[in-house]
Design a protein around this ligand. Structure first.
Ligand code: CA
Length: 441
């Protein structure tokens, strides 16, 4: 998703010179004044010297390097080895600079995870709904055209556009070569960065998109639809017939590319993403997980009803019950189309926000049941303690990393079933306290 960026530290001429001509880069912490005139070195010290990338033998994605400049040069050598044209590489990386913010943003585990209700409140704000409605007249016929050919509804196209880039108001301001080279240098995601940078070079090598045009988020997602370069190559569509997909200025290309992304992941024409439901007392919450798919008739028999208390409408295929904030929060019945939105960005809150933003822009309802907004948040330490206690009880195998994902939720549900709590898989302070009590008794 697009993001704003703070001040960038310029590596400046040092990098550019080193990269393009093979001169030594300036050491990062050069002494301010030399104590005495020393004989000028004939060659720079090897540790600070970055040869031109054509002089480097690098056949794999570069790992950790002493400097950003060296990572870029080594990547250039690797790209050359992969068969990318030298002039394209030179132009693409001519102006890149080190950006420590990218490293900081990509590397950190959050102290507190934003709860789904806060995320939705921000992502589907009244202001954003109004913004989307104001944009509708100028894109309605373009989207209707795309809907006819791809079967993806105007609501979902608006939802993705709005969540990804605030309807084009914010698709990031970082050049993709700069963004991804900083990810490659500064984070543990170097393989991702190398793959996407090679794809970005392939886009530039077509000659139809200039490297300077390739703008997006700090994580390398480009344009209105926030496509990674590899997605651009395989999924983006040249809807307006200009000769290449343009995700930065052509809304026909943007909407068709977004729709194509969803269709490739199994989007079904005419099928809703889902809707809010009311679960009966005693509902087996262990069934409320996305990997459990049942026909609507199964949920109807379980006593699930629409939020207005009506029988569930007939829908084709498997459906799941989604409970993102435990048994005291709202519940949703979701179809395979919700899961294709998830493939765009694997976050259940994200996909729900897309669904609701689109729905509200088109005049549909918002979430009706109350979120448990008073539920205290778990800190990173507490999330890790909760996981460790589940490991100690033999319910969880794997990393204690503070990320409450599917495995952790399943372990929580198993514990909840053991102690007679609703098995909603929701990590709360109360649950952590219950785990502590059970450990000491
Ligand atoms: Ca085009």
């Amino acid at each position: 998703m697009g993001g704003k960026h703070g001040a960038r530290r310029m590596v400046g001429a040092g990098l550019l010179t080193a990269f393009l001509t093979g001169c030594a880069a300036q050491p990062t912490q050069a002494p301010v004044a030399a104590p005495a005139p020393a004989p000028a070195p004939v060659v720079a010290a090897p540790a600070t010297s970055v040869p031109d990338f054509t002089q480097i033998n690098q056949t794999t994605c570069p790992g950790a390097t002493p400097s950003y400049a060296e990572w870029v040069a080594r990547f250039g050598a690797y790209a050359l080895h992969q068969g990318e044209p030298e002039p394209v590489i030179r132009v693409a990386f001519a102006d890149v600079t080190e950006n420590p913010k990218i490293r900081d943003r990509a590397g950190k585990q959050a102290e507190f995870v934003t709860p789904v209700w806060t995320y939705l409140e921000r992502a589907v704000s009244d202001e954003r709904i109004a913004k989307g409605q104001a944009k509708l007249p100028e894109v309605r016929s373009i989207a209707a055209d795309v809907e006819r050919d791809y079967g993806v509804s105007l609501a979902v196209l608006m939802g993705i556009w709005g969540i990804e880039t605030d309807f084009g108001n914010n698709f990031g301001d970082v050049n993709v070569f700069e963004a991804l080279s900083n990810v490659g240098y500064g984070t543990s995601r170097k393989d991702f960065a190398c793959t996407e940078l090679i794809s970005a070079l392939k886009i530039a090598a077509t000659g139809k998109v200039q490297p300077k045009q390739m703008i997006g988020s700090w994580a390398g997602a480009m344009g209105h639809s926030q496509f990674l370069p590899s997605n651009y190559l395989t999924i983006a569509v040249d809807r307006d017939g200009s000769g290449a997909p343009d995700l930065w200025t052509s809304m026909p290309d943007v909407f068709a590319s977004t729709a194509n992304h969803l269709v490739r992941d199994g989007w079904q024409r005419g099928l809703t993403w889902g809707f809010e439901v009311k679960l009966p007392k005693g509902f087996p919450y262990q069934e409320a997980e996305l990997d459990i798919e049942k026909p609507v008739s199964h949920w109807q028999q379980r006593g699930v009803r629409t939020i207005d208390g009506q029988p569930l409408p007939a829908l084709p295929g498997g459906t799941s019950i989604l409970v993102l904030a435990g048994y005291q929060g709202p519940a949703f019945l979701v179809t395979k189309n919700y899961k294709t939105i998830l493939k765009y960005n694997y976050s259940t809150s994200y996909a729900l926000a897309v669904a609701y933003l689109g729905q509200r822009v088109m005049g549909g309802p918002g979430v009706k049941a109350k979120w448990p907004v008073d539920e205290p948040l778990l800190s990173l330490d507490e999330r890790e303690e909760l996981q460790q206690r589940l490991v100690d009880r033999g319910l969880l195998a794997g990393n204690v990393d503070g990320v409450i994902g599917l495995k952790s939720r399943k372990a929580i549900r198993a514990f909840q079933l053991q102690v007679g709590l609703p098995a909603d898989g929701f990590a709360t302070k109360g649950l952590l306290e219950e785990l502590r009590r059970r450990a000491s008794s």
